[in-house]
Structure formats: structure tokens, C-alpha cells
Design a protein around this ligand. Structure first.
Ligand code: MN
Length: 232
């Protein structure tokens, strides 16, 4: 048996609320522009586009409660408060009606974004990776199983910076609902346990600065917090 040249990285995982279990993460998908008002604030017509996606790397994960250094290479680090889906069964070409069978649970997430680098990428027709896939860019609250909370189809989604509300929406305003996202994505990937899907952010995204404390919540799902530290 051959050995590894370097020890393998630790398994990326998200804690499950209220217990000692963790959910091992293999992939992170993110839906772009899934709330009409956010699409408009970013300068796009929300009515004409099928869903589109980008990915983050599991090494980007950081858990709620952490203090993270202000991100590298940006002057415009933004918060995006999102409902996150955790897949619990293989799902391939599933119908919208069957899609929720494949969902294990939910969490609050922050899709941290280097908006200036994303903006440059959009303008130049380049990939979004530098704007979206970076260290500490995938913030996760504890996962809660659908067996406990059901499949939330509505509920307030809010984010505050230093106690001041910046994002205040409702997950029922998603352009593509949870079952629609899972069904659509399952046309392009063999979804499997370990796949997380960030479902997009409501309007009110904005910049954070070192020292800022971000807090967020989704009715019936939970809460999330992140402190932005000095750059390192
Ligand atoms: Mn997002």
C-alpha cells in the first residue's frame, strides 16, 4: 500500500445542531441572483434568466462564531446571507416533486464575496472564482435536519452588521425554490450526501470592515455570526 507524500487534509465538515455529529462536506454549490430585488440591485433583470451556479471549495468553510481576517486582495468584501441546503441522498435527474426527498437538512450560511474582484471578472468575461472561492468565504451555522424542522418554504431571512439590519427578506421570495434548485442542479451533477447548496441572497448586500460583527438568522432554521478581524 502506498503512503501519502503529505498527510491528507482534515475532512471538511459542518456540525449538526444539538449533538456530537458532523456532516462531512465534499462539494459546495451556490446559486447566483436568486432573489429578484438582489438581482436588480446588482443591475440585472431578474425575470429572464434560468438559474446559474458557481462553486466554492470545502477548504473555504468556516463555522459560525469565528473571527476571520479581512480577506486577501480585496477592498470590497461583502456579506451575503443565505439559506443552505444539505443533500442527504443521491439525487440525479430528480423531478421538482421528488427533490425534497434528497434534502437532509438546512443551515444559515454567509456567501462572503470579494465584490471588486467579482465585478472585474464579470466585466472581463472571466470566471468568478477569485470573487467567490477564497479562504473563509463559506461561513456555516449548524445544520438542522429536515426531520426536525421540515422543509422551510417561507420565513424571514435577516442579516445585521454591528446590530444594524442590512438584509431583511423572506425565503419565499427566492426566484428558484429549494425543490426547483435541487431538481435543476441534479440535471448537471449526480448530487450526493456531502453536497451543500447556498441558495442565493436577498437584497441589501454590502461591504464589511475589520472589527465588524455580522449576525444573521432565518426563521425556523437558526442563526449565524462572524467577526471580521484585521487583515493578516
Ligand atoms: Mn450568494
Amino acid at each position: 500500500m502506498s503512503s501519502y507524500v503529505f498527510p491528507p487534509a482534515p475532512q471538511a465538515a459542518v456540525p449538526v445542531r444539538g449533538g456530537s455529529q458532523q456532516y462531512a462536506v465534499t462539494r459546495i454549490f451556490c446559486v447566483g441572483r436568486n432573489y429578484a430585488a438582489h438581482a436588480r440591485e446588482m443591475g440585472f433583470d431578474p425575470d429572464r434568466e434560468p438559474p446559474f451556479y458557481f462553486n466554492k471549495t470545502p477548504i473555504d468553510l468556516v463555522m459560525s462564531g469565528a473571527t476571520v481576517p479581512y480577506a486577501l486582495g480585496t477592498q470590497d468584501l461583502h456579506h451575503e446571507m443565505e439559506l443552505v441546503i444539505a443533500i442527504g441522498k443521491p439525487a440525479f435527474r430528480v423531478s421538482v416533486d421528488d427533490a425534497l426527498d434528497g434534502v437532509w437538512g438546512y443551515a444559515c450560511g454567509l456567501d462572503m464575496t470579494r465584490r471588486d474582484l467579482q465585478g472585474t471578472a464579470k466585466k472581463m468575461g472571466r470566471p468568478w472564482d477569485f470573487g467567490k472561492d477564497f479562504e473563509n468565504a463559506a461561513v456555516m451555522g449548524p445544520l438542522v435536519p429536515a426531520s426536525e424542522i421540515g422543509h422551510p418554504a417561507q420565513g424571514r431571512i435577516q442579516l445585521s452588521v454591528n446590530g444594524q439590519i442590512k438584509q431583511d427578506g423572506d425565503i419565499q421570495d427566492m426566484i428558484w425554490s429549494v425543490p426547483e434548485v435541487v431538481s435543476n442542479l441534479s440535471e448537471y451533477y449526480h448530487l450526493q450526501p456531502g453536497d451543500l447548496i447556498y441558495t442565493g441572497t436577498p437584497e441589501g448586500v454590502g461591504a464589511v470592515r475589520p472589527g465588524d460583527v455580522i449576525t444573521g438568522r432565518i426563521d425556523g432554521v437558526g442563526e449565524i455570526a462572524l467577526t471580521i478581524g484585521q487583515p493578516e
